[in-house]
Design a protein around this ligand. Structure first.
Ligand code: HEM
Length: 238
């Protein structure tokens, strides 16, 4: 198992010989970080593999659209869950994963959009305009994408610093984008909307967890109960 060593100043040193001379606490941090990136990229690798091996159902373009759309939504929800995972479960590493997971969500959403405009509609602007403005599911998907775009563009540390409080306000728009994506999903599947409803319920719950009364209640609970699994999670924090 690849363990990572952390110096007293918080620097991470991996591999044999890195810790010579200084005794450090050993933590499986890098393994966790790598696992997050691999988990986010694995569906893309699988998608490329299936595309190269003609393994994408009888309607490959639709399969590509549906798979990239589903992955984008799932990652968006996981990125939204990072803050409550920190505040509720004291799972501190989650805070560091929020931004990369959000960016991965955008990567899949952008692929989804590119497949739609490039493969599905052959970049035919007239047909695209008709599709987006005449199909309600496409219109809300487009609205969600337009919201996610500036969030992705401003996701660098430099932009965070430069925008200050405006950055936080801007990034709250994700709580508008996520329900729009759920609506887009529900309208695109037409019949069985149980999965979109489940996503909708999770997003509602994540939104509720951000409200002040719920946060206050949780922090009161966590001070006095089992909701404070400190030992384990804090040991995992980078
Ligand atoms: C311009 C923006 C968008 C367009 C034009 C678009 C278009 C589409 C299309 C054509 C489908 C497949 C419908 C079908 O034949 O079954 C779809 C499904 C889907 N899209 Fe989008 N989409 C957009 C934005 C987004 C965004 C931003 C997300 C997520 C972040 C997203 C998530 C989904 C999901 C979850 C599905 C359902 C997949 C399924 O049926 O299994 N879409 N979208």
């Amino acid at each position: 198992m690849a363990w990572v060593e952390r110096t007293a100043r918080g620097e991470i040193a991996a591999g044999a010989g890195a810790g010579v001379g200084k005794r450090r606490r050993v933590r499986p941090v890098a393994l966790f970080q790598i696992a997050v990136h691999l988990a986010a990229l694995a569906p893309l690798a699988l998608l490329i593999w299936d595309a190269l091996h003609a393994n994408l159902t009888a309607n490959p373009i639709q399969a590509l659209e549906q798979r990239t759309g589903k992955i984008a939504l799932a990652l968006l929800v996981v990125s939204l869950a990072c803050t409550p995972a920190n505040t509720l479960l004291r799972f501190r590493p989650a805070v560091r994963w929020r931004r990369p997971l959000g960016l991965y969500a955008f990567l899949y959403a952008a692929l989804h959009f590119l497949i739609f405009i490039g493969l599905d509609y052959g970049l035919d602007l007239r047909r695209l305009r008709e599709a987006i403005f005449e199909k309600r599911y496409a219109l809300v998907g487009f609205a969600a994408f337009l919201i996610l775009l500036p969030l992705a563009v401003t996701s660098t540390k430099a932009m965070m610093r430069r925008m200050g409080r405006r950055w936080t306000r801007l990034h709250r728009l994700v709580y508008i984008a996520a329900p729009l994506v759920v609506l887009h999903y529900a309208w695109s599947v037409k019949s069985d909307i149980r999965v979109p409803l489940l996503y909708g319920a999770i997003i509602l719950l994540l939104l509720a967890l951000r409200t002040r009364p719920v946060r206050r209640g949780i922090s009161r609970l966590s001070r006095s109960s089992f909701l404070d699994p400190k030992g384990f999670w804090e040991d995992m924090s980078p």
